[in-house]
Design a protein around this ligand. Structure first.
Ligand SMILES: [Zn+2]
Length: 236
């Protein structure tokens, strides 16, 4: 009997996920943040090293800078004062460099927040939380901040990459709320999240693992939704 390939076995599911993506709702900022004094926006890794320069920068990822900037402005105008930037700020000899090429070392331009965010008039009010792994909550200031801000009832999570740091952060916030019996929403607007693409041929040449950007973006958003993260098309 002929073996049926993974691609063939998976086609109906991928079609379903694509259809699901096409039907994601758009939320008005007031629907996403009915109580702005209890809302927070957390953006992960929207820094030069993933958007513009360095071995892990990606033009796809740079495409989320403008939508996130608009979201920050909309949230700020609505009265949200908790906007957090979790950012790779690696040790020069980071253990993570066993898995990924050296990137976003502290003190370098790669580890800096993108200029588009720095240009926001309220940028000085944003809280930067440095991190040294793809998990924003491990050995960082996030847990202390979450403990101090226990009254937050809605987290909007944006940034990159969909299947890496963004996934880890959104899932962490969702699972933490579940574990602690906190009635908190975790919302991910898909237009403010993306991941990189590394085609099979290019990956072989580089000695890296191929990375199907469109597929992993969709699958990881779907997986977040499966776990109760509110995945929406856009918040405006
Ligand atoms: Zn990193």
């Amino acid at each position: 009997m002929a073996k049926i390939s993974l691609a063939e076995r998976t086609t109906p599911y991928l079609d379903e996920i694509e259809s699901w993506m096409g039907k994601l709702p758009t939320l008005d900022i007031a629907q996403a943040l009915p109580h702005p004094e209890r809302g927070a926006v957390i953006s992960v890794d929207v820094i030069n090293g993933f958007c513009y320069t360095g071995p892990l920068s990606s033009p796809r990822v740079a495409g989320i800078v403008a939508p996130i900037r608009r979201l920050f402005q909309a949230a700020w105008d609505r009265g949200v004062r908790r906007i957090v930037l979790a950012q790779d700020t690696h040790e020069p000899d980071a253990v993570e460099f066993n898995q990924w090429p050296p990137h976003c070392v502290r003190g370098t331009a790669e580890s800096e927040t993108v200029q588009e965010f720095k240009d926001l008039p309220f940028f000085a009010s944003l809280l930067v939380i440095p991190k040294n792994s793809i998990h924003s909550g491990l050995n960082t200031g996030l847990d202390a901040w979450l403990a101090e801000n226990r009254g937050v009832d809605t987290f909007i999570v944006v940034g990159d990459c969909t299947d890496l740091c963004t996934y880890q952060l959104a899932m962490y916030l969702r699972l933490r709320a579940n574990a602690l019996q906190l009635q908190q929403r975790v919302i991910v607007p898909s237009n403010a999240v993306d991941t990189y693409d590394l085609p099979v041929e290019a990956a072989r040449e580089a000695g890296a693992m191929p990375h199907p950007g469109d597929a992993l973006h969709a699958l990881f958003l779907y997986h977040m939704a499966l776990n109760g993260v509110e995945v929406v098309k856009e918040i405006r």
